[in-house]
Design a protein around this ligand. Structure first.
Ligand SMILES: *[C@@H]1O[C@H](CO)[C@@H](O)[C@H](O)[C@H]1NC(C)=O
Length: 266
């Protein structure tokens, strides 16, 4: 009998310890070490959004050839996230009303068929609620304003054009050159993200990191090839696509039209 009781007590202890561990883990799960600030190239995002979806259209910032903010992502070293740190503190457009028109240009939701607030709601609910753990980012207005500040401070348009790295649908860019250019301007290498669509590799994002004091630092734990932090295949062409439909596409279409006209009038 006493044996049974000690087994039972032992079991309860284990169970309690387990529950306690679960609790402390869920708090630890919300902790993070640094922020990833991600800028996106709207034209590449548009290719992803419209790929095989003829009903999808894109919204571009007024300055169509401008990099925009994707998000500020708190990250624990060696992992992704944490995410969704406060599921009751949802995005509220009223909170960013004072900077809404700026946000539309700097933090543009490319996906025309979704609500204007779609991207901001996603970024705040998933990442902002975790970023809010530090004072400079502890409100929706602060989080989104910081994105605009970071963009103005580390604008990839200025950085890339200074080295003559410009969008082109025919001349690919070199990841090593993009990396070296950013490093020479701001002192840290960026993470270079690519996306494949129909066998073409597009430059889609450039990310830099910040510590909790919001000092720039190199992103940790990223995949590195030949000194470049990237998920791109650096042995293959990387296209940094132009913002407007390429002129030669219009010429091809004109050519097809003339062919058709010739056939029609024969
Ligand atoms: C979640 O956010 C709300 C609104 O800001 C706040 O009152 C609450 O304390 C937060 N909860 C946690 C667990 O941080």
């Amino acid at each position: 009998m006493s044996k049974l009781i000690s087994v039972l007590v032992l079991y309860l202890c284990f169970d309690l310890a387990h529950q306690y561990r679960g609790q402390s883990r869920s708090i630890a799960d919300k902790e993070w070490d640094f922020l990833i600030f991600t800028q996106q190239w709207p034209s590449s995002m548009c290719k992803v959004w419209t790929h095989n979806k003829p009903k999808h259209h894109c919204v571009f910032p007024k300055k169509a050839d401008s990099w925009t903010v994707h998000g500020i992502w708190p990250t624990k070293k060696g992992t992704k996230g944490p995410f969704n740190c406060n599921t009751t503190w949802l995005f509220d457009p009223e909170q960013v009303r004072p900077i809404e028109s700026e946000l539309e240009q700097a933090w543009t939701n490319i996906e025309k068929e979704t609500s204007l607030y779609n991207l901001w709601a996603h970024e705040w609910n998933k990442h902002g609620t975790c970023a809010a753990m530090i004072e400079p980012l502890n409100s929706q207005l602060k989080y989104f304003s910081k994105g605009i500040d970071f963009l103005n401070q580390y604008h990839m348009n200025d950085i890339l054009t200074s080295a003559n790295i410009v969008p082109s649908d025919t001349n690919p860019v070199k990841a090593e050159e993009v990396s070296a250019t950013v490093a020479s301007k701001i002192g840290v290498r960026p993470f270079i993200a690519c996306e494949f669509e129909d066998g073409v590799q597009y430059l889609i994002e450039l990310r830099v990191c910040f510590d909790k004091q919001l000092n720039l630092k190199e992103c940790e734990g990223e995949h590195e090839v030949n000194g470049v932090l990237t998920n791109c295949n650096i042995a293959k062409n990387i296209i940094y696509p132009t913002a407007l439909p390429p002129a030669n596409l219009q010429i091809v279409q004109l050519h097809k039209f003339i062919n058709w006209l010739q056939w029609f009038t024969l």
